[in-house]
Ligand binder design. Structure first.
Ligand code: GCU
Length: 855
């Protein structure tokens, strides 16, 4: 019905934006000319109550149309005759008010019908939630200036489209990088749930239907009567958006002396007292949250208690909750992330095999309302993993895929990494069960094995920061997660482009620039963090953020690469290794069992090879490490200039917030590159054919400068917190104590000209040193090493939310660059460092770089 004649459609500059509205900004078409008389004047919302999603849909349509077109609409709640009307409601309400539709669309639960071809727009849901989804769909079209007449039914691929939030009751968030919880503080549910309602609105627009609000590492005190009442308030805040609440449970809660609940001496899932305990608690919860979605359970995993303590099976543990939930229609999401620590000195031990070993024998023993929630790969959200073989091994059990929107191992929102291309490698993977097409996405939707329940769980971890996730660009991952939960075959490029139009406007150069950066970002991150299936070589014992390849080995976590002087990679073959490849159906097993048919990008996941092993690409493993780490870091440098190309085309606030992060990422990608190539150069002794590794013509090591108040800081072999490869030339400098200002200076013997001057320093948690850089006596820059917040402080846009490090290491290693500085041959460069508390103004090196060259 909306047919506009556009003479021009220009995107104007929006006012400064914080990001709080995410992609629901409804920006006006600045400079556009359209037929104002065609904008609808009336919205009919056939809601049953003011708390219903259809009521919200009416409000949302009113707000959106007002904001996009500057047109005030009236909202009616009963039959309204004239055309130029949008009608939103359930199919049933619509037919009772307006009579039968000419053809009845095929809708399943949460589906909707959108018809813009007639004199009025019909947005009709199978249920109220579906109607709201349809309203958001229509508004998304309008906001993207898409006026194509359409008439179609849209249905979800799967009923479970949940997020998981790893929020603790004290308000902190495990692996959250955007400030504290929107739900909890000081052990209770916060009184002001405005942000929870705003989050529900965002989630409804991407058709997420439930949120598990607390950490999988759960706390029994969530189950006090006060907190159960608080859960009721969260549910009330989110219900108008069709978003249900679920909770994570601590398996040993019956023995945890929860205030207001009985305290038992056992949590044995077959004990009648325990069964009663959970039935009683479940009844209390449903009294406050009548539509509670269900429970999420992490049991016998990473120190969490579970049924194995009592020699009961994981199925018996899951079914305990399933039976309590069953009368209410609730679901148990039971996590497959169950593993014991393993021993690296035993060649055949492998954490990756454990999930199938635990769960495959239980196939068919789980109740119908249990869903096994399976991380996409067999280890833990790494930059590349093969699809978990568990998806192929439990055909008589409901399954859901667990994806991570929060970038725990993947740059913690301080690196741009658009994740759908990674997720797609798993969702589109064909497991060939019974030699038939068996895409993971068809397993989780229930289609492949005829299951009725299934879907997706995305670990999101939004926080109080107004950007929700900590950086503007990382929100594309949340947007795309919702779209994939609805349709796991959706296309990463079209998803990000819709998101860009909604988030930053319709300018084609903005769309092109952000699309390019987004699509290049995951391959770049893989290349500089750990390629060839080695996994992200991050610090797995500490922050999961910066490089620390040594931390992979010699511990029970089984994220080993088994690197030694000659060889690298995990042998996961049946013939000679851990047998993991044998957990796949025969055709896939054959592919991964043989080096010749294993794709290069998973070579080291499946095979232990010499560094000189030739890849299909025609280079050796070690040379590929060097080449890809250099290539990945080089790509990250281009994100800065690509972003700068859109300056003035988006609002200044989000432009500069994101620029700050991309500049940081460009610097940190060099830290990653250098750490990994130095590590492998050192361990293998094989030089880089291209001569780059260890050769830095523009780099001045801090330890080679003339020092006063500074001393040398070396890697100590027994000091695992300072990996040698994260110190350029194995050496940094620190002030002699935390009271003395340090000075380092040197004459620059470069030809007179213009240069970018980069300073690599360490920004540790526990101090805020101050640095100044001078050329002769002129200051060219000054900064405080405090990019990340003190824990507990509010986070503004100019801090990095990644997990801080107290050490001089790959997480604290940071670069600052002063661009386009005029340098004369013989000028003296001086850096002063004023230490603070535990941070001794640590400096690694300075690069004086010809313009456009990064090293
Ligand atoms: C990872 C993560 C933990 C988390 C766990 C899980 O190991 O680092 O913080 O608790 O996964 O998914 O349960």
């Amino acid at each position: 019905m909306l047919r506009f004649s556009f003479l021009s459609l220009l995107t104007g500059l929006a006012a400064a934006e914080s990001g709080l509205n995410a992609w629901l900004r409804y920006a006006p078409y600045a400079g556009s000319v359209f037929d104002q008389s065609k904008v609808p004047l009336h919205i009919v919302a056939l809601n049953t109550s003011t708390a219903s999603p259809v009521y919200v849909a009416g409000q949302e349509l009113q707000t959106g149309i007002d904001s996009i077109f500057g047109q005030q609409c009236n909202v009616h709640h009963s039959h309204w005759g004239p055309s130029a009307t949008i009608v939103v409601g359930t199919i049933d309400e619509y037919t009772s008010v307006y009579g039968e539709l000419s053809s009845t669309p095929e809708l399943i639960e949460d589906g909707f019908w959108l018809n813009t071809t007639g004199n009025s727009v019909q947005i009709l849901g199978q249920n109220e939630r579906g109607a709201l989804y349809g309203a958001f769909e229509y508004l998304s079209m309008l906001a993207q200036a898409n006026f194509t007449p359409v008439a179609y039914a849209a249905n979800p691929a799967a009923p479970i489209r949940w997020t998981n939030e790893w929020d603790n009751l004290d308000g902190s968030i495990e692996r959250g990088f955007a400030g504290n919880s929107i739900f909890f503080a000081n052990g209770v549910i916060v009184s002001n749930l405005t942000r929870a309602a705003e989050y529900a609105r965002i989630l409804a627009s991407i058709r997420i239907n439930a949120v598990v609000v607390n950490n999988v590492n759960a706390n029994a005190s969530l189950l006090t009567p006060d907190n159960i009442a608080g859960l009721g308030r969260i549910a009330d805040a989110m219900r108008p958006y069709g978003v249900q609440v679920g909770i994570s449970l601590f398996f040993a809660s019956p023995t945890s002396a929860v205030q207001g609940q009985a305290n038992l001496t056992t949590f044995d899932p077959l004990d009648p007292g325990v069964v009663n305990w959970w039935t009683n608690v479940t009844n209390q919860i449903y009294a406050k949250v009548p539509d509670m979605a269900g429970y999420l359970v992490k049991a016998n995993s990473e120190g969490q208690p579970g049924p194995l303590t009592y020699n009961r099976t994981l199925a018996e543990g899951a079914n305990l909750f399933a039976k309590a939930l069953q009368p209410y229609g609730g679901v148990v999401m039971f996590r497959a992330f169950v593993y014991n620590l393993v021993n690296e000195s035993i060649w055949t031990q492998d954490r990756a095999v454990e999930a199938v070993q635990f769960f495959q024998p239980l196939d068919g023993q789980f109740d119908e309302n249990v869903v096994i929630q399976i991380k996409y790969g067999p280890i833990d959200f790494q930059v590349r993993e093969p699809a978990s073989p568990l998806f192929a091994n439990i055909p008589n059990t409901n399954t859901a895929i667990e994806l991570q929107v929060t970038q725990e191992y993947l740059g913690q929102q301080c690196h741009l990494v658009y994740l759908p291309p990674l997720w797609q490698t798993v969702l589109d993977f064909d497991l060939r069960v019974d030699n038939k097409t068996s895409l993971v996405r068809d397993v989780i939707t229930g289609q492949r094995f005829n299951r009725t329940l299934g879907g997706s769980a995305g670990v999101v971890n939004v926080g109080l920061n107004e950007t929700w996730l900590g950086s503007h660009l990382s929100l594309s991952n949340l947007y795309a997660y919702g779209r994939l939960a609805w349709n796991p075959a959706d296309d990463p490029t079209s998803m990000v482009q819709d998101w860009i139009r909604l988030t930053f406007g319709l300018d084609q150069s903005v769309i092109d620039a952000i699309t390019q950066m987004s699509l290049e970002s995951w391959p770049a991150y893989e290349n500089y963090s750990g390629n060839l299936g080695e996994q992200t070589l991050t610090d797995i014992l500490y922050t999961h953020y910066g490089p620390n390849p040594q931390s992979q080995e010699n511990n029970g976590y089984g994220q080993w690469t088994r690197s030694d002087h000659l060889t690298v990679g995990m042998d996961r073959t049946v013939s000679n290794g851990t047998g993991f490849s044998g957990q796949y159906p025969p055709e896939v097993f054959q592919m991964f069992e043989n080096i010749s048919t294993t794709p290069d990008n998973l070579l080291l996941w499946f095979h232990h090879v010499n560094y000189t092993q030739m890849l299909k690409s025609g280079v050796t493993v070690i040379q590929d490490f060097y080449d890809q780490h250099y290539a990945g870091a080089a790509t990250a440098q281009t994100f800065v200039s690509t972003w700068q190309s859109i300056q003035g085309l988006i609002d200044a606030e989000r432009y500069s917030d994101q620029l700050f992060r991309l500049v940081y990422q460009a610097g940190h990608s060099l830290v990653w590159r250098d750490a990994i190539v130095n590590f492998y150069n050192n361990i293998s002794g094989i030089p880089d054919e291209a001569g780059r590794v260890g050769n830095h013509p523009y780099r001045i090591e801090a330890e080679s400068m003339t020092l006063s108040g500074y001393r040398l800081y070396y890697y100590a072999p027994n000091n695992a917190t300072t990996p040698f490869e994260t110190l350029s030339n194995y050496t940094a400098i620190v002030t002699t104590n935390n009271k003395t200002t340090g000075t380092a200076y040197t004459a620059l013997n470069y030809p007179t000209g213009r240069y970018d001057i980069s300073v690599n320093y360490y920004d540790q948690y526990g101090g805020a040193s101050n640095f100044s850089v001078y050329l002769n006596n002129n200051m060219i820059g000054q900064w405080t090493a405090n990019l990340r917040p003190w824990i507990g402080s509010a986070e503004g846009p100019r801090v990095l939310g990644h997990t801080p490090s107290i050490y001089i290491d790959g997480e604290s290693a940071t670069r600052i660059t002063f661009s386009n500085v005029s340098v004369a041959h013989g000028d003296v460069l001086t850096i002063t460092g004023i230490p603070d508390a535990n941070e001794l103004a640590p400096l690694d090196y300075v690069s004086v770089l010809p313009l456009g060259y990064a090293d």
